[in-house]
Design a protein around this ligand. Sequence first.
Ligand code: ADP
Ligand code: ASP
Ligand code: MG
Length: 463
Amino acid sequence: MKFGGTSVASADRVKRVARLIKSHSKDNEIVVVASAIKGVTDDLIQISESVRKGSKTDVEKFIDRFKKLHMDMAKTSMTKEKTRKELRNVLNVVIKELEDVLNGMVLLGEVTPKSQDYLLSFGERLTTSILSYALKDIGISTESLTGKNTGIITDSNYGEAKPLMDTTKLRVSNKIIPMLRNGTVPVVTGFVGADQNGNLTTLGRGGSDYTATIIASCINADEVWLWTDVDGLMTADPRIVKNAKVLKEVSYAEAMEMALFGAKYMHPRALEPILDKGIPTRIRNTFKSENNGTQVLKNPKINTRQIVKSVSMIRNTALIDVRGGSMVGVPGIAAKIFDIMGKNNINIMMISQSPSESSISMVVSKNDLDSAVNSLELSLLGKVIKTINVTDNVAIIAAVGSGMRGIKGVASRIFGAIAKHDVNVMMIAQGSSELNLAFVVNDKDCEEAVRALHEEFELSKIE
Ligand code: ADP
Ligand code: ASP
Ligand code: MG
């Protein structure tokens, strides 16, 4: 069971989560994975900016706020004085470590990917301790663990680390299975692992989901439950489409496609570790635990004919269009362009080339835009490329559903609906898997476009 940032965002919620775990632990062996309190990871990222600027007072203020947030919560989530006191001591030690780390970083005026990951780990480390003590407080035998102590070993790609599954499997099963047999509930930090040298790493934003599935795969769990603040995986982000519906079942392929295409309900790689074993995964609402949520399965039985099941979007992206007469019919141009992007560590989110071959369009994250344009300019402008055009405020919209495969007229329905809402489409791409159709619009139109497709495919009526 993984609990997301909103599920542990107040003392009442922590108590609720502890009771939920207790009620399920009667008939099940449970491993708990906890995220940082919602917003805390963002704050930690932001404070690293102050560290770069050497702003000691900002850092001091941050530490005070951070300490107060967790200490207040710890105080009111315990009912017994004994557990409250023990927890306070544990948190003091962790917060002292955070202080030392931050002061060291300020002194150096430097944030490396490695030190940033160390810093980010503190959010999860604190909630894990709080939740573990909340369980103790209501009589559950439990132990809190970091991802590192649990045995999650990753590569050293700080910020987006990937688990080394063979060694992880051995370590995690050796650590976790005896605890479960003993009747102890392990509470593990989400998002955090360690590389082979013991340095802390993080698994990418939203990585607690990934932690849960990595552990599930290592111990051959029967199911993974991702507890969050919505009823399940929905036909669209409920913050954008008010009548978005919960999907009862989706396939792994659909859920992965949705996660990749911006429905930020789950880490995009979270299903990888459990795909082979086909471990069923549920997305459920912590605050409405009586609901079944969404089940992610190999072969869903319902809504298999539904053409589009969900509409999502990725914002903060930019469109780069490169043109040049000498691109026509010359082999290797695309390779040169993508090679430059790859060497500069720029992730291309979407590509399309017109058949006349005189232009190639790419979508990149806005954060990568400067570096992408610079490197193209330096290496290729005036040689194979004549012009580089940038539209820096676009969004990718994606319609996802396995029912699209082999069905005629899906594209015409999608673009017909978009045109009716007077939204201009700047670029289109469909993978040959036909699981999704994605296109690019001006960012100001993106919510309108999502709503238009939701309406066109009558997703508010889905069963
Ligand atoms: P947690 O902290 O529990 O991991 P997240 O904020 O990471 O929660 O993910 C849950 C959020 O994902 C929801 O609150 C919702 O706003 C958003 N979301 C975006 N697209 C979808 C979708 N298609 N279905 C469900 N939730 C979605
Ligand atoms: N706390 C991390 C984040 O905000 C991981 C997670 O919430 O899953 O990205
Ligand atoms: Mg999340």
